[in-house]
Design a protein around this ligand. Structure first.
Ligand code: ADP
Ligand code: MG
Length: 320
């Protein structure tokens, strides 16, 4: 059995009469990236705060284990095992990046020389050597996030919570952050990542859970989630109107786009269904000029599950 870095059963939290988390189960195997996906206000930060001992879960919540430690009875051990990079930066803008790092080293009771060595290593690793002596308030958004993560790593945590680490970053800085997260994972670190961005979860996460109305609306790998929603189809485009008309007759279940001489045929993306379409066209002696297979993406899943249209789509195209 794989060991779980994070295990929570029936996580509950209300603020006043607002139920934020209404019985959320989480199980994150060691060394994997788990993404908690949800729109603004879904309860992602609340979940991170509970799991990282900063906020207490409501009575009725089941056992929570982090790094094998019981969160209720041994919060000290949990804190020693984890690192948290909050949604809002912990960087002190008035002091330099290096001073921020040394402050963290102090908090972790590293010796003076060890603190300096660790700070220097991490500043180097996160490409902050040049900026190290400048006040952090002068840093760009991407640099602040990198410093934030570098500070989180001072204690060498094996489990890291990253709460919306790329929100508000430009595409280039997002990619740098993704690279950083991949490197953490290749070092064997477990990453609990919250995000509003489907492409981010798709890119990084081994498993994804979609949080909606205080509950996990769906969970699984990106591929598994995509299979939950219909929307897959094959698009055939023609230049010859006669071929187009012939294909439309042959494939009875196609949706026509007469203007661009294109047909859209429902398809689950399987080899069998694709072959059946091609066989029918071959039999009729028709050849399409262009054939594309569209499989549903996480956007389709997200909309199907949450019915929410007001998530930031960020510069998704630009990012790719
Ligand atoms: N300390 C608090 N007091 C009252 N309400 C809160 C508090 N923290 C969060 N909330 C509410 O809980 C809901 C979930 O918030 P949050 O966990 O920050 O969502 P997310 O991080 O997914 O955007 C929001 O409606 C928010 O207003
Ligand atoms: Mg949040």
């Amino acid at each position: 059995m794989t060991k779980l870095a994070i295990a929570a059963n029936g996580l509950r939290k209300s603020y006043g009469d607002q139920v934020v988390l209404d019985g959320v189960d989480l199980a994150v195997p060691e060394g994997t990236v788990f993404s908690l996906l949800g729109p603004n206000g879904a309860g992602k930060t609340t979940a991170v705060k509970i799991l990282s001992t900063l906020v207490r879960a409501d009575p009725g919540t089941g056992d929570i284990h982090i790094g094998g430690h019981n969160l209720a009875t041994d919060p000290q051990a949990v804190r020693a095992a984890i690192g948290v990079t909050g949604q809002f930066s912990a960087v002190d803008g008035l002091i330099t990046g290096e001073e921020n790092m040394l402050l963290m080293a102090d908090l972790h009771h590293l010796s003076r020389s060890e603190g300096r060595r660790t700070a220097a290593e991490l500043l180097e690793r996160f490409d902050l050597v040049e900026a190290a002596k400048k006040p952090a308030s002068t840093y760009s958004g991407g640099m602040k996030r990198r410093l934030d993560i570098a500070m989180t790593l001072v204690g060498n945590p094996r489990i890291i919570f990253l709460d919306e680490p790329t929100t508000g970053l430009d595409p280039r800085s997002r990619h740098t952050m993704w690279q950083i997260i991949r490197e953490l994972v290749s070092d064997g670190v477990t990453v609990f990542l919250t995000t509003q961005y489907l492409d981010e979860a798709d890119e990084l996460a081994d498993r994804i859970a979609v949080l909606n109305d205080g509950r996990i609306a769906a969970h699984g790998s990106a591929a598994e989630l995509k299979r939950l929603v219909p929307g897959g189809h094959v698009r055939l485009r023609f230049t010859d109107p006669a071929a187009y008309q012939g294909a439309a007759r042959t494939l009875g279940d196609a949706t026509r786009d007469d203007d661009s001489l294109a047909l859209r045929v429902p398809n689950d993306g399987s080899q069998r269904e694709l072959r059946s379409i091609l066989d029918r066209l071959d039999l009729a002696g028709i050849e399409a000029d262009e054939l594309t297979v569209h499989t549903p993406d996480l956007d389709d899943v997200f909309f199907a599950l949450t019915g929410s249209a007001d998530i930031p789509s960020q510069s998704k195209e630009a990012v790719r």
